[in-house]
Write a protein that binds this ligand. Structure first.
Ligand SMILES: Cc1ncc(COP(=O)(O)O)c(C=O)c1O
Length: 375
């Protein structure tokens, strides 16, 4: 059997990782400014993370959601304390798309409405409703087209109000910082207006913090810079440092009903053990503060590089846009300077390193980046 060929691959096999470094099958070491697409939060192969998963799998890897799994409550307690949403409830699933899928459903169950407002260049995942609210017609299949969605420009309050005024909008879904869209940020003021408008017109505000959350922005959630509280918050990626997991944080106004949501694998013992270890490590090693500090340094220094059009982002979620295509520079950075980075479109580097990136590693990245740009 061959693999279904949907990914353009680099000719590199990564076989080992430690902190912010990974090694390929030939023994080459790379600096990881990509974090496996914003997934590695506490660093590769953190000893406490390995220990937690090992201990758990030695006891029990999985049992179903038909019996008590106290690890889920332990995770909810720690997550509530870490992000300041102690009064919210947690529903656990296995991926970001599923988190958004469930958030969109919860909103619609709650207010009985059908339409969704999403934003231009948004990415929310590839399952049925999540892909429908993603602004990319190439990945929306005819079978996904049923859900009614209006895509509006980011930061356009008037356009949002004009749409909400029609009275049929169930939810507004927005990324804390757009990732795939190229590190585009809603302004703090726009988020505050969105919060007020959703309340005024009885629509649910869903904050997709799948990429921008879990400390990446320098606060637990990127929307916390705006001081707002969404109705639903979706998380995944960094939550379990690579173990597949997603979650929806649900405001107390939503009332659960047996059977309204469900999953086989979501919140399983191993995933919970991994996610608990992540929160413990983040607290002990002050990784959110680190993301803020190292991110501020990088943002400052990146502005000084040649050929830059714009540097955007917060914490360790950074977009570096150039006037020209970055294709060659990114390839050279990877193969010659041994640095993994992400991209958005043709001209923007996306930096999404593990949150433990040190000042020395950031400086080393800048040194290698400069070398490629000056060549
Ligand atoms: C903002 C955002 N939402 C949702 C998703 C989908 O997550 P997953 O691939 O885990 O389904 C992603 C993945 O890149 C994302 O960046």
């Amino acid at each position: 059997m061959r693999l279904f060929d949907v990914y353009p691959l680099f000719n590199i096999e990564i076989v080992r990782g430690k902190g912010c470094h990974v090694w390929d099958s030939e023994g080459n070491e790379y600096l990881d400014l990509y974090g496996g697409h914003a997934v590695i939060s506490v660093g590769h192969s953190h000893p406490a993370y390995i220990q937690a998963i090992t201990d758990q799998v030695n006891k029990l890897g999985f049992y179903s959601n038909s019996v008590i799994n106290s690890l889920q409550q332990k995770l909810a307690d720690k997550l509530g304390a870490a992000c300041g949403y102690e009064d919210y409830a947690l529903f656990l699933i296995n991926s970001g798309a599923e988190a958004n899928e469930n958030a969109l459903k919860l909103a619609s169950f709650h207010n009985g409405k059908k339409k969704v407002i999403a934003f231009k260049h948004a990415f929310h995942g590839r399952t049925s409703a999540a892909v429908r609210v993603t602004d990319n017609p190439k990945i929306i299949a005819p079978v996904n087209e049923g859900l009614e969605v209006t895509y509006l420009p980011l930061n356009d309050t008037e356009a949002v109000e004009a749409e909400l005024r029609k009275g049929d909008v169930s939810s507004v879904i927005i990324e804390g910082i757009q990732g795939v869209g190229g590190i585009q940020q809603p302004t703090d003021d726009f988020l505050r207006q969105l919060r007020n408008l959703c309340t005024k017109y009885d629509a649910c505000l869903i904050l997709d913090e799948i990429q921008s959350g879990y400390g990446r922005s320098g606060k637990f959630f990127a929307h916390q810079y705006a001081g707002i509280k969404p109705d639903l918050i979706t998380v995944a990626k960094g939550i379990a440092n690579g173990f597949p997991m997603g979650g929806v944080l649900i405001s107390p106004v939503f009332k659960p009903v047996y059977g309204m949501l469900g999953t086989t694998f979501g919140g399983n013992h191993l995933a919970c053990a991994a996610a608990i270890a992540v929160l413990d490590i983040m607290r002990q090693e002050r990784l959110i503060e680190n993301a803020a500090k190292v991110g501020a340094y990088l943002l400052d220094e990146l502005h000084k590089l040649p050929g830059i059009k714009e540097v955007r982002g917060r914490g360790l979620m950074i977009g570096v846009e150039f006037e020209e295509s970055i294709k060659e520079a990114r390839t050279r950075l990877l193969y010659e300077e041994k640095v993994f980075t992400g991209v958005a479109g043709t001209n923007t580097f996306r930096l999404l390193p593990p949150l433990c990136l040190s000042m020395e590693e950031a400086a080393e990245f800048l040194r290698r980046f400069r070398k490629v740009l000056q060549a």
